[in-house]
Design a protein around this ligand. Sequence first.
Ligand SMILES: NC(=O)c1ccc[n+]([C@@H]2O[C@H](COP(=O)([O-])OP(=O)(O)OC[C@H]3O[C@@H](n4cnc5c(N)ncnc54)[C@H](O)[C@@H]3O)[C@@H](O)[C@H]2O)c1
Length: 274
Amino acid sequence: MSSDKFVQPDLTEVPLEKLWSLAGKVAVVTGGASGIGAAIVRRYAEAGARVVIGDMNLELATKVAAEVAAATGATVEATLLNITDSKALRALAEECVSDRGGLDIWVNNAGIYPPTGDVLEASDEHVALMLDVNVRGTFMAAREAARAMTNGGVIVNIASTSGFRASRGTSAYIMSKHAVVGLTKSLAIELGERGIRVVGIAPAVTTTPGTDAAMIPLKAAGYDLEAKTRASLMGRLGLPDDIARVAVFVASDMAAWVTGSTVAADSGLLASAP
Ligand SMILES: NC(=O)c1ccc[n+]([C@@H]2O[C@H](COP(=O)([O-])OP(=O)(O)OC[C@H]3O[C@@H](n4cnc5c(N)ncnc54)[C@H](O)[C@@H]3O)[C@@H](O)[C@H]2O)c1
C-alpha cells in the first residue's frame, strides 16, 4: 500500500450482488469449529470466500471444514490455532499471504465465558484466563491480521451485549467484552489509513454448544434463561446464523463505510434494557 492517504472508492454504481459477494476473498475465522464461528464459516463460504478455520479443537474444525466445503463447493480448511499464541497467529496470517494469495477478512470470534460467580468469588486464575483469551488473544490476532493485510481488509471482532451493559455473576467476562468494544474503536482509528476496516458485532444470548455448557451451572445457580427469551423483541433467543448474516454484511462492501462501531445483533436487548 502506498503512503498516500487511503481514500475509499465511490461504490454507488456497483450492483448489489457484487457488493454482497465475498468471492475471491480469503477469510480466517478463529473459533470457527463451533457455534457462532461455525455459522460464520458456512455463510462466508456460501458468499464465495476461501475460509480458514483456526481453532483449538482441530478435530471438530476439520469436520466443520469438510461439511461446509461439501455443502458450498468453497475451499474451507482447518488449522490448529490457540489465539493466545502470537507466533501461531503470525504464522497463520503470513501463510494466508504466501500460500492463499492474501488475507482479506479476519474474524476474531474465539472467546470463552466460563461462569465465575460474583466479583467477590472470582479467582485470580479465572480473571487471568478470561483476559488472556478474550482480550490479549483478540488484540494479538488483530495485530497479526493487520500486519498481513497489505492491500486493506476487514477485521471483525465478536464482542457481546456484555460489552455495553452488565449483569451479575460474570464481571470478568463483562470487563473483557467492554475491552473488545474499545479495541474495535482504537484499531479502526489506527488502521483506517491502511484501508482496513474494524467492526464489532455484539450478540445477545445465542444458542451454541458453548452456551449450552455454560448454562448448566448457571441454571443451577438460579439464572433465568426464560427471562432472556421474554426480553427478546423477536420472541426467541439468538441462533448462530442470526449473527453470521451480520458478519457477512460487515465484512462485505455493503458495509464499506462502517468502521469502528460495534453492531448489536441482539433482538433489541440493548434498546430495551432497563
Ligand atoms: N453464544 C452467545 O450467547 C454469545 C453471546 C455474545 C457473544 N458471544 C461471543 O461469541 C464468540 C463465540 O461464542 P460461541 O457461543 O459460539 O462459543 P462456542 O464455545 O460454541 O465456540 C467457541 C469456539 O472457540 C474455540 N476456542 C476457544 N478458545 C480458543 C482459543 N484460545 N483459541 C482458538 N480457539 C478457541 C473453541 O474450541 C470453540 O470451537 C465468543 O467470543 C463469545 O464470547 C457469544
